[in-house]
Design a protein around this ligand. Structure first.
Ligand code: ATP
Ligand code: MG
Length: 422
């Protein structure tokens, strides 16, 4: 390939006002972390980053670029001097490489960020298109709907030529928007919600409510594996996962709360525990994968009753998304195959036959008086099992002491069965 560099753009910095400096610093750092181990040289300029390819496999570089939030687009470029003769010749060389065996329409677009350049954009365009047309028999001009664009960007230091402008992740460098606590289940939605929050600049820690041995150890391992996938987007390629032992709470709910309010109150407990942990971990918001209308606990009526236990901001990046769009993102971030593995988690192990779709706050409060939930909430937070998970770790949960406690499992299962048969 004739291209020797990648030109990386990062949206409109003027929007960032006084935070521009912090934004740039974070972006440069993130880029350096994601390019680690590759044979490239990263050159930071005020409004662009250039990646010099140095014979590195371009696909590998692109895979890494697609992990960097805060980049709006990128182009494969060839660099030449600002001398118009050089621009013309390099343009022709580039077009000869990409148009070889059939007639193609093209258009030249020139942009000058170097306003001292002796020619204006129109003049450069005229010179270059005239020269290329005269020397390449398979090219025809079409200014409205060209098959190929020849873009010329004249900057202070040099001139850059490119044909395509590829959309990147967008958003902001992860970490620049503060830190949030993601409620991570083993399903499809929550990893996607976590990715979307990171893309928007929010660094995340994860909280998972695990009910082993009521649920299988594999369902907890699945959560660890999902965190590994998300960690590829994190600063330093690491994310903290907080495993909350939830089985005591789970059993208390099954024992004390009427079936139709079970999920409502379980989710109120999750929000209470998440709020307490978020405070301890200095997270400024809670993030989850709820989507309006998806299930009974995600009607606006349910969300209102569930949300009323906390005054923390709850970010729901997927709240208006259709499942099919969520699945597409899940596949893009390589979580889908993991998410659909059929291990039950604490929400699937016990699904009431008729969950309330419009639960009332006063009723929920009344049922919560039936057991000492405050102690259970406190114990759950105090007994959290926190792990730092990196994208390339081969972490196994049994090694962390979350081994399946068979005897208790049998007792719990028997109790559940008895309840179901009631
Ligand atoms: P699915 O993709 O099947 O919808 P889900 O994980 O979204 O799975 P829901 O029951 O819809 O399952 O839960 C809504 C949200 O609540 C999840 O997106 C997640 O943020 C949070 N959540 C549910 N269960 C847990 C759990 N065991 N631990 C942590 N968060 C959970
Ligand atoms: Mg869901």
């Amino acid at each position: 390939m004739i291209y020797d560099q990648i030109l990386v753009r990062f949206g409109d910095l003027t929007l960032k006002g006084k935070n521009q400096k912090d934004f740039l610093k974070a972006l440069y750092k993130l880029m350096a972390v994601k390019m680690e181990g590759l044979n490239v040289e990263v050159e930071n300029q005020h409004d662009r980053i250039f990646i010099h390819l140095l014979n590195e496999d371009v696909n590998k570089v692109v895979d890494r670029l697609n992990l960097v939030s805060g980049i709006s687009s990128y182009s494969f470029v060839v660099k030449c001097s600002q001398d118009i003769k050089d621009i013309k010749e390099t343009s022709l060389k580039l077009m000869k490489q990409i148009v070889t065996d059939k007639t193609v329409t093209f258009k030249v677009n020139t942009k000058r960020s170097n306003k001292d350049y002796p020619m204006d954009s129109m003049e450069v365009t005229k010179h270059v298109s005239g020269y290329v047309l005269a020397n390449h028999p398979m090219l025809k001009v079409d200014v409205h709907n060209p098959e190929v664009n020849l873009n010329i960007e004249i900057r202070r230091d040099a001139c850059y030529l490119y044909n395509t402008n590829i959309r990147a992740l967008g958003g902001y460098p992860v970490g620049t928007a503060g830190k949030g606590l993601l409620m991570l289940s083993g399903g499809i939605d929550s990893p996607v919600a976590g990715f979307m929050a990171m893309k928007q600049g929010v660094e995340i820690e994860c909280i998972h409510f695990e009910s082993t041995p009521l649920t299988s150890i594999e369902s907890a391992q699945k959560v660890v594996d999902l965190v590994k996938k998300m960690a590829k987007y994190a600063p330093n390629n690491k994310i903290n996962l907080h495993m909350i032992p939830f089985k005591e709470m789970h059993m208390a709910l099954l024992d004390n709360v009427p079936e139709s309010y079970n999920i409502t109150i379980m989710r109120r407990m999750m929000y209470r525990i998440a709020t307490e942990l978020a405070k301890r971990k200095k997270c400024l918001a809670i993030i989850n994968g709820e989507s309006v209308g998806q299930v009974a606990s995600q009607t606006l009526g349910s969300m209102n009753t569930i949300n009323s236990v906390t005054n923390y901001p709850i970010l729901r990046p997927l709240c208006t998304y259709d499942k099919i769009d969520i699945i597409n993102i899940s596949k893009k971030i390589d979580c889908y195959d993991l998410s659909i593995k059929p291990f039950e988690d604490c929400c699937t192990v016990y699904v009431p036959k008729a969950p309330a779709t419009a639960p009332k706050i006063d009723k929920a409060e009344q049922y919560e008086k039936l057991f000492d939930y405050e102690t259970l909430v406190k114990e759950a937070v105090d007994n959290v099992n926190s792990i730092s998970i990196s994208a390339d770790s081969d972490l196994d949960l049994p090694m962390l002491g979350l081994e399946v406690r068979e005897v208790i499992a049998e007792l719990r299962a028997a109790k559940l069965k008895a309840k179901e048969n009631e």
